[in-house]
Ligand binder design. Structure first.
Ligand SMILES: [Zn+2]
Ligand SMILES: [Zn+2]
Length: 327
């Protein structure tokens, strides 16, 4: 970060130095569930899906739903510590916070091109964000001084291959190695435009001390056990189908012809607790953390629906994550 930005931050009483990472032993990886609510609902207690892997003071984001910047601040993590962003898929609950984060980083004088790695369409989305904010680019917050770079010049987007049947390395630096597979979150009719282009991925993150697998959104998938094999921590999405169906039925204004297919989509495209347990057991994972809680409503008091039936299948520890929890 350049001096001008440091002065600007100091003027607002802000620091560009990560705070909470000081608590962490050097070299040890920590996974922070920044946002644990599933789907595009605005909640008070659960932000939209976002996760930070923190290692040696560097932050790697896995999904960036609406509210990611605020959740980073709440976790004591600086936007300047972000070294790469991985996007599991392009549903809005996973990318809604991307543009504000990228623009803030640009504005605060961070010039290193940031890898933004995601499904086909990722580069197009980043190009679009840069061009959508052209008016912001033309309205700098300082008078004089060195010229600001183009927003796009501070970003290094990359599209993942359209189909990864087996885990393949998609990123590596001194702290982490990331592998990905294409998962089974989408079941579009063959021949449709969506079937041709929409893809969803799960990630395996290898650090010096631990291996963490993040499912993103997916239904049961034969490829997932390959990716999750022997991992220390499986961070999985989960859906409480009966609670979700009850909420949809209570909504009252959804016609039965729409309600049935909606519930079928949730069964097919997401993971029920027993499906998560089967994955963890088959892959030999040591511990399970459940996130992307659906429905995950603010008035929820009983969380047992998210773990129902799991203990009979998977013997290891199972935790239902809250926002800002560290694992
Ligand atoms: Zn989602
Ligand atoms: Zn999704």
């Amino acid at each position: 970060m350049r001096a001008a930005a440091a002065i600007w931050l100091a003027a607002f009483g802000l620091s560009a130095t990560p705070v909470a990472t000081a608590k962490q032993a050097p070299g040890l990886a920590q996974f922070v569930t920044l946002g644990t609510g599933g789907g595009p609902l605005t909640r008070v207690k659960r932000s939209e899906p976002a996760n930070a892997l923190v290692v040696n003071g560097a932050v790697y984001l896995f999904d960036a739903g609406d509210g990611t910047q605020r959740q980073l601040a709440a976790a004591g993590l600086s936007v300047h510590a972000v070294r790469a962003i991985f996007v599991s898929h392009h549903h809005i609950d996973h990318v809604g916070g991307l543009a504000p984060l990228l623009l803030t980083r640009w504005l605060l004088d961070d010039r290193t091109p940031l890898p933004v790695i995601g499904p086909p369409g990722m580069t197009n989305m980043v190009d679009g964000i840069a061009s959508a904010y052209r008016a912001t680019e033309l309205a700098p917050i300082t008078i004089g001084g060195p010229p600001m770079p183009a927003i796009r010049a501070t970003l290094a987007p990359r599209d993942l291959p359209s189909m990864l049947d087996t885990p393949r390395e998609v990123y590596r630096d001194v702290n982490i190695r990331v592998l990905a597979i294409t998962n089974d979150h989408y079941h579009f009719p063959p021949g449709s435009a969506a079937a041709a282009s929409a893809r969803s991925y799960s990630f395996r993150i290898e650090t010096k001390d631990r291996t963490i697998v993040y499912t993103g959104d997916t239904g049961p998938s034969a490829r997932l056990p390959l990716l999750a094999k022997g991992c220390d921590l499986l961070v999985s999405e989960v859906i409480d189908l009966s609670a979700m169906a009850a909420i949809l039925r209570r909504a009252g204004d959804i016609p039965p012809a729409v309600l049935g297919p909606m519930i079928a989509h949730m069964e097919q495209d997401h993971l029920a607790p027993e499906s998560v347990a089967r994955l963890a057991s088959t892959a030999g994972c040591k511990r399970v953390v459940l996130t992307h809680l659906s429905p995950g409503m603010d008035d929820e008091t009983d969380l047992s629906g998210y773990t129902k039936g799991m203990a009979a299948i998977f013997a290891g520890p199972i935790t239902v994550a809250n926002d800002l929890a560290r694992f």
